[in-house]
Design a protein around this ligand. Structure first.
Ligand SMILES: *[C@@H]1O[C@H](CO)[C@@H](O)[C@H](O)[C@H]1NC(C)=O
Ligand SMILES: *[C@@H]1O[C@H](CO)[C@@H](O)[C@H](O)[C@H]1NC(C)=O
Ligand SMILES: *[C@@H]1O[C@H](CO)[C@@H](O)[C@H](O)[C@H]1NC(C)=O
Length: 831
């Protein structure tokens, strides 16, 4: 080992020759004589992945890891010594004398090893273009160890999760402890097979999430899987006891991976052509996705309030606990099944039957039989221990004999679940209808209102119609996360004095919702231009049918906006609920939305600097009203250029409150599992962790400021051939003192220069990575108006906006000045 120390002397010389090496032979292999010292790196043959030393965010410890060479933000996919960091910058990755791949510390102690047993002479490790690090015996070329068999928290294409049901051997992914510490965290994800293979996330040893069974194309417990990824997943049974799960997508220019984060969620990230990372998908999207949330025989519906109910024919096991919102002990059957009763005194009871529950996530612990669809029901009915069945063409007949756990009602996808109930229970149709309705409170209450409406219509057509819309609007419950404030909000909506329009009236105003009247697409449906009989122009937003999420946003918008009035907020003129149709009517904005003018080269000139500054101020005032001045505090959550409407005088008006949240008096921050909004405008803490506050709106405001000044969209921003976000570009120009490069040529005029620069400065302050560093909206306005003269120096923004590789678990920091971009391999000669 002395040899190594001596080579340090030659490092300089070697470094020089290494610059050449980079172009000639990229080094992707480690042997006993070619090894790497911190901060040297290895690069795979065609330059996809790098292997080397790194420190996680906010950590000085050193780890050996593999990351994407081409992605602009570092994202580590594998860590070797995750539980045993190097405490200094003098680690070495090499092959030991017994043929193992090892990480050595300064004293040359082995702190990590590939741990293969039985010595192998003459082995070498190679970093492949798939990101796999393989150790092979040189003579036979047999692979004796590979990093893909020992994953960290990331699954990349071609990597396999596996479980052997005979030996119990598993390959699974485990989370980092937190974003600064890659040591093994509490969550893991892998395959478990109970009659059929499913993916599970475990928290320690308890189940935390499950995918539902695989139907040879998708997991049927993940409804979004159908729409998000049509192909590319596979789950293979090798018929020898091992099940493999992997994915591969055909588009080569997009990097994809799945990361199990420290909070136990699986985040799917994409990077297009090596640009920033975007979150494509989260596996857990609501509380209901948490395993067994509502206990045995409970059913979870994220759209109802409360989210847990007992299945029809069941009642809470412990009513007190249940009412307190502790659903863990679940529900018990209300009426015993006929087949369970000892039928000594003749055939008294009615026969059991099945109740159909639609769009369900099927419960855990299923049995499967080869019965065809028609037989499936009979098979279940014949055997008293069968309490439910379901049929899926890709799986066949599923049945349940144990407690039904982890059932969920979806608003898209899912399968029909048939629940066995006593005949008398099925007969109580009246009761049943009610129970079913409580399961879907949101939609249910609307339906009741609409049904009673159709009775009333015969009596007093028009009057009844108007009253009914009001009631439908008034009684709709708040479906999002249950917050006490929102319950009281629900009551307040009853006071709502919203003018009611009839559907006929709106249809004729918009020329029957003619395509040529369409203004655009709002949060939950298309928006049409219309003209009322007396000549007033209006904009009509029509809720798309079959949009569960849309209904939620529709009601949310009504609740929020009907309480607000400000010249910089769009005004709601009325509403209409008739049958399937739900519409909202707004004042018409002749100049459409800000993005239409700002990003269209032919229209940009309409917006000179004075005009743009006035728009910025207007947005600021609207936001200030939402955050501070209105009786309620409102976080908009989806502030972006297309949600800023412009009236005839180009006054800005904030619109689209479908995602807004109302905060109670002393609430400053909230969490959500359903992250909604627009990437590019979302603050990192919101996009990654679902935490939102005034400071997440401020982040979006900052992005807007920079877009207005530069005339460029934050997303789809390219410069120097290299994909870069607007924020990254601004930050780069700021540091290079070239901020003028950024200003839209349309507005650059020497007399405004100071004001424009100030605007960029404030914009940068608003997009800082940490929420606490960002100003409040009132401070930001004072800064813009120079009421506050000295501005603090901005810290680096979160480039994560579109992009998010800051994803908590995967940021890495190379040593400053380290030769990360050059392949520098220490070659020891004459050993
Ligand atoms: C290698 O084996 C040793 C001894 O059995 C064990 O302590 C160590 O954790 C193992 N290392 C890895 C990376 O598996
Ligand atoms: C994971 O399990 C631990 C220990 O049982 C518990 O304290 C923690 O709240 C669980 N985490 C989640 C996200 O459920
Ligand atoms: C009923 O189902 C249970 C569980 O699947 C099984 O053990 C039992 O043999 C079945 N009984 C009959 C009569 O088929």
């Amino acid at each position: 080992m002395k040899v190594v120390r001596e080579t340090k002397l030659f490092d300089l010389l070697i470094l020089l020759s290494c610059f050449c090496l980079e172009f000639g032979t990229a080094i992707d292999t480690i042997t006993t004589t070619k090894f790497i010292n911190d901060p040297e790196t290895l690069i795979s043959n065609s330059g996809e992945f790098k292997l080397g030393f790194f420190s996680p965010t906010n950590s000085t410890y050193r780890y050996v890891g593999i990351w994407y060479a081409k992605a602009s933000v570092c994202s580590v996919i594998w860590v070797a010594n995750r539980n045993k960091p190097l405490k200094s910058l003098s680690g070495t990755l090499t092959i030991s004398e017994d043929g193992n791949l090892v990480v050595l510390d300064e004293q040359k102690n082995i702190i990590w090893s590939s741990n293969i047993t039985g010595s192998v002479f003459n082995s070498s490790a190679q970093l492949l273009d798939s990101g796999n690090l393989v150790l092979q015996e040189n003579k036979t070329e047999t692979i004796i160890w590979e990093s893909f068999q020992h994953p960290t928290d990331t699954l990349v294409p071609k990597m396999k999760l596996s479980t052997n049901v005979r030996t119990g051997k598993k390959v699974q992914v485990t989370s980092w402890t937190n974003q600064s510490d890659p040591s093994i965290g509490t969550f893991s994800v892998g395959i478990d097979v109970f009659n059929l293979p499913e993916l599970y996330i475990w928290n320690g040893s308890s189940r935390y999430w499950r995918s539902g069974p695989w139907n040879s194309r998708v997991f049927i417990g993940i409804p979004s899987m159908d729409s998000v990824f049509l192909d590319g997943f596979s789950l293979i049974d090798d018929q020898e006891g091992t099940f493999y799960f992997s994915f591969a997508f055909s588009n080569e220019s997009i990097l994809y991976n799945f990361v199990l984060n420290a909070q136990g969620n699986i985040v799917q990230k994409n990077s297009y052509k090596g640009g920033n990372w975007e979150v494509g998908w989260l596996v857990l999207q609501s509380e209901c996705d948490v395993y067994g949330k509502c206990g045995p025989f409970g059913i979870c519906n994220s759209k109802s309030l409360p989210i847990c109910n007992c299945l029809v024919g069941f009642k809470p096991k412990n009513i007190e606990e249940w009412d307190r919102g502790d659903w863990s002990s679940g529900c018990v059957r209300s009426t015993p099944l006929q087949c369970e009763r000892v039928t000594t005194n003749g055939e008294e009871g009615k026969k059991d039957g099945f109740l159909k529950l639609e769009m369900m996530k099927v419960p855990d612990l299923l049995n499967r039989s080869s019965a065809v669809e028609d037989e499936c029901r009979d098979q279940c009915l014949e055997n008293c221990s069968c309490i439910a069945y379901a049929y899926d063409a890709g799986i066949g007949c599923m049945s349940w004999t144990r407690d039904l756990i982890d059932s969920q009602k979806f608003s898209i996808g899912g399968v029909d679940l048939y629940l066995r109930l006593a005949g008398s229970e099925l007969d109580r149709k009246g009761v049943d209808v009610k129970v079913v309705i409580t399961i879907t409170v949101t939609i249910g209450t609307l339906l009741v209102a609409i049904c009673s409406f159709s009775l009333w219509r015969r009596i007093a057509k028009r009057k009844a119609r108007k009253r009914n819309t009001k009631e439908a609007l008034a009684f709709a419950k708040f479906p999002d996360e249950s917050k006490p404030e929102q319950d009281s909000m629900t009551n307040q909506v009853k006071l709502l004095e919203l003018p009611i329009f009839s559907f006929e009236e709106l249809a004729s105003a918009t020329n029957n919702f003619h395509q040529s009247n369409k203004l655009g697409q709002g949060g939950f449906g298309p928006v049409y231009r219309g003209k009322l009989l007396h000549g007033q122009e209006i904009a009509v937003k029509r809720l798309s049918r079959a949009s569960g999420q849309g209904l939620e946003e529709f009601m949310n918008e009504v609740v929020v906006i009907s309480k607000l009035q400000h010249r910089n907020l769009v005004r709601l003129l009325g509403g209409c609920v008739e049958g399937e149709e739900k519409l909202l009517i707004y004042e018409y904005m002749p100049n459409k939305s800000l993005d239409v003018l700002l990003f269209d080269p032919s229209k940009q000139e309409l917006l000179d600097w004075r005009q743009r500054f006035q728009i910025i101020e207007g947005i600021g005032r609207g936001l200030l009203y939402l955050h501070r001045d209105s009786r309620l505090r409102i976080i908009h959550r989806d502030l972006k250029a297309s949600n800023i409407l412009l009236d005839e005088n180009l006054n800005p008006k904030i619109s689209d409150f479908g995602m807004a949240r109302i905060f109670g008096g002393n609430e400053d921050q909230a969490n959500t599992n359903r992250i909604v909004g627009t990437y590019g405008y979302m603050s990192p803490e919101y996009a990654m962790e679902g935490r939102f506050s005034e400071k997440s709106d401020i982040f979006s405001f900052g992005v807007l400021l920079l877009e207005i000044v530069s005339g460029r969209r934050n997303t789809s921003f390219y410069h120097d051939e290299q994909a870069m976000s607007l924020l990254e570009f601004v930050w780069k120009m700021w540091n290079a003192n070239k901020i003028a490069n950024l200003v839209d040529p349309m507005i650059s005029e020497p007399s405004f220069e100071m004001e424009i620069l100030r605007c960029i400065h404030v914009g940068l302050l608003c997009v800082q990575d940490f929420a606490k560093d960002r100003p409040t909206v009132s401070v930001a306005i004072s800064m813009l108006k120079s009421e506050i003269v000295d501005l603090p120096r901005p810290k680096q923004p979160a480039f994560t906006a579109t992009q998010i590789a800051t994803d908590t678990s995967s940021q890495c920091k190379q040593r400053a000045g380290g030769s990360i971009n050059n392949v520098t391999v220490t070659v020891v000669q004459g050993r």
